[in-house]
Design a protein around this ligand. Structure first.
Ligand code: ZN
Length: 300
């Protein structure tokens, strides 16, 4: 799933292409994509792009007239940029947003169509799409600590909970915890002050480094290699590969649909967490569905 650094790079590429541009057409190929009815999605046509921002893992295209297109790519959704009026690619093409500057094409691989697009009117309606987590690159150390320790969760769960932190998912949480040298199953309310500071700093440095890496890679081009698995990652997706710090093979805890990767020497004092009991600890601290995790909480 595209996370904060990936969305940041998409937003920068979009700014260069559609900020100030007019939506001249909307082509929706998938009946599952559009999840809002009022205002009708087609009413976005004729409006100009005034702002681009991220809310959690969503891309928000702000239009004149207080309209906002809210796009959630979920796991397999991606964006492509093509010439004006470019055709939608066969099976994976979900929609095309035509601008006077070119066409933004939304694709989704696989048969599960989970990416979503909403058109909402007004700031209050937009706020409904915000799960409410703090922005990890804007919050200070104490604000970070407050969010982290608001509830007692494993660090893996706390970092990836969109109600606590905005934009961090399975991939970057593995990288952050590796950089912080903290166990994914350490409990947030048990961390000491030094560990909290280390986690705060690792969160910032990891996200900033990946944004910078993305910028360098993409330049003025369109980001085409958005993936949760990157060669330069230290732990995520690296099961069995040597830790770049200590060369110990990276381990994993398998839970639900994905897995947590960690270095047993750097992060858990040499302990392997991959046994059944410990994997149960992480599992029981995990929401049952991604929808449950993404849904906005009613009240704190
Ligand atoms: Zn290591």
């Amino acid at each position: 799933m595209p996370e904060l650094p990936d969305i940041a790079i998409y937003l920068e590429a979009l700014e260069r292409r559609i900020l100030g541009a007019e939506i001249t057409g909307l082509r929706i190929a998938s009946p599952f994509l559009v999840r809002s009815v009022d205002p009708p999605i087609k009413s976005a046509v004729g409006h100009r792009v005034e702002s681009l921002r991220r809310i959690g893992k969503r891309i928000v295209i702000g239009l004149d007239g207080e309209l906002f297109l809210v796009l959630h790519l979920m796991i397999a959704g991606r964006l492509q940029w093509a010439g004006a009026g470019a055709p939608l690619p066969g099976k994976k093409g979900l929609a095309a947003l035509d601008f006077d500057t070119g066409t933004l094409i939304l694709t989704e691989m696989g048969s599960k169509k989970r990416a979503s697009l909403h058109l909402v009117c007004g700031a209050a309606a937009l706020d409904e799409h915000d799960p409410g987590g703090v922005e990890p690159l804007e919050v200070d150390r104490d604000g970070f600590a407050a969010a982290l320790q608001a509830e007692n969760h494993t660090l893996k769960r706390a970092l990836t909970d969109p109600h606590l932190f905005s934009g961090i998912g399975n991939a970057y949480s593995d990288e952050i915890l590796h950089a912080a040298k903290l166990s994914p199953i350490a409990l947030s309310q048990r961390l000491n002050e030094d560990e909290i500071t280390r986690l705060f700093e690792a969160t910032r440095s990891t996200l900033l480094a990946w944004i910078e890496r993305g910028r360098t890679e993409v330049g003025d081009r369109w980001p085409t290699k958005v993936s949760a698995f990157r060669a330069a990652m230290a732990a995520h997706g690296k099961y069995g590969k040597p830790c770049p710090v200590c060369a110990t093979p990276i381990q994993r805890i398998v839970h639900a649909a994905n897995e947590t990767n960690y270095c047993p020497r750097c992060q858990t004092g040499g302990k392997l967490l991959a046994d059944r009991a410990l994997s149960q600890v992480l599992k029981s601290d995990w929401p049952k569905t991604i929808d449950e995790l993404e849904r906005k909480r009613g009240s704190p």
